[in-house]
Ligand binder design. Structure first.
Ligand SMILES: [Zn+2]
Length: 382
């Protein structure tokens, strides 16, 4: 978590889960288990839940988008202030090759801008996860296997944000950020006004500990971050050495310290490797590699989902009828998009074998999005 208060002891639970989150397949349709390869650049679909009690907390789409932009700069080492990484640490600074995209498809398979707005009677939330629950004045998460859930709202005390860690309960999975610290638009509150709170918290969500290991000269389990005595506050300069951090001193410009937004600028190679490990088969975030909920998401149009036997679509090309053999829950929608991304047809899912009348579609390539089952291409032909 990140806070403007001086906290004497901050514990950070860290779990690695070994449980696979892959969908189970029915015997009739199952093929060989597919291990989705970790792509060079991992793309994570994101939903932002804006939970507001006052108009000012109902932040603008621009503010939301500014946060996504910051994430994509910082996790790709495209941030301009990477130029200020001290020479001694430059060789350890990483492009984590992780990117974030606002979702374009919601859990029912319908189009979305990836932003959910929810009015609440709660004037300020604590770190008790109520903001993640519709019943408690917040907003329920979308399936964590498909999305990173970000909640933005008013937080009490000095809390700027907090994160769940890998292996937590599904209904609590995600990151919460105070509305004054989300993004980097001009209306935000210094010194946490450059979007780095979310960078830090998503670092936790991807398995990183604080750089001081949450103990005096503690161990963050990352080899290329020097030990340091505790969190850094404000915006120091020059070499500050604690513990046995070496000639270069503390890496107080690391995103996993508490330094002001203006004064952090890097993840290390070790941290990047740790975050990416979670996407290995069996890792806590591996399921996201199958998500099809945002443009460019790794699972989008991937044959892997079909090969895994979750659904069958035939014939392809199709003329008048397109058959879809579903596998599992029969609810939600099937949406057909043309190659401009416009909705061409929508069908309610009513049974396991859907036969769709596509006779009115013009010939060409279409994308078909099936609630909870992915998105695929098909050709309407003659
Ligand atoms: Zn933290």
């Amino acid at each position: 978590m990140r806070s403007i208060l001086l906290l004497s002891v901050i514990t950070f639970a860290f779990f690695l889960t070994s449980s696979s989150q892959e969908q189970t397949n029915s015997p009739a349709l199952s093929g060989p288990a597919i291990n989705v390869q970790i792509p060079d650049v991992i793309i994570i679909p994101v939903v932002v839940h804006v939970v507001y009690n006052t108009p000012g907390q109902n932040i603008s789409n621009d503010q939301v988008k500014s946060q996504i932009k910051v994430l994509n700069e910082d996790f790709r080492r495209k941030n301009k202030d990477a130029a200020y990484i001290p020479a001694a640490f430059k060789n350890f600074a990483a492009d984590a090759r992780i990117e974030f995209r606002l979702a374009t498809i919601d859990p029912s398979g319908l189009p979305t801008d990836g932003i959910v707005r929810k009015s609440t009677a709660v004037s300020a939330f604590g770190m008790d996860d109520k903001i993640k629950s519709s019943l408690q004045g917040g907003d329920d998460p979308w399936n964590r296997d498909d999305y990173l859930n970000l909640w933005v709202g008013n937080l009490s005390g000095g809390t700027m944000g907090y994160a769940s860690v890998p292996g937590c309960a599904p209904e609590k999975d995600g990151v919460v950020i105070k509305f004054t610290a989300f993004g980097n638009t001009p209306n935000l509150q210094a010194p946490f006004n450059r979007g780095r709170t979310a960078v830090h918290e998503i670092g936790h969500w991807l398995g990183l500990r604080h750089i001081w290991g949450d103990a005096d000269c503690g161990d963050d389990k990352i080899d290329d971050t020097p030990p340091q005595a505790g969190p850094t506050r404000g915006c120091p300069s020059g070499v500050i050495a604690t513990c046995s951090s070496g000639a270069a001193g503390n890496m107080y410009m690391n995103f996993m310290d508490f330094t002001n937004d203006d004064c952090t600028n890097m993840f290390t190679l070790g941290q990047a490797a740790r975050m990416r490990e979670l996407f290995n088969a069996g890792g806590a975030r591996a399921a996201l590699l199958r998500s099809v909920k945002a443009e460019g998401a790794v699972g989008e149009n991937s044959p892997a989902a079909q090969l895994a036997g979750r659904i069958k679509i035939y014939p392809n090309p199709a003329v008048d009828k397109l058959n879809i053999q579903l596998n599992g829950s029969n609810s939600g929608y099937i949406v057909i998009y043309n190659n401009l991304g416009q909705i061409a047809k929508t069908f309610s899912i009513t049974k396991n074998l859907m036969d769709l009348d596509i006779s009115s579609l013009k010939n060409g390539m279409y994308f078909i999005s099936i609630a909870g089952k992915g998105s695929y291409k098909f050709i309407k032909g003659e």
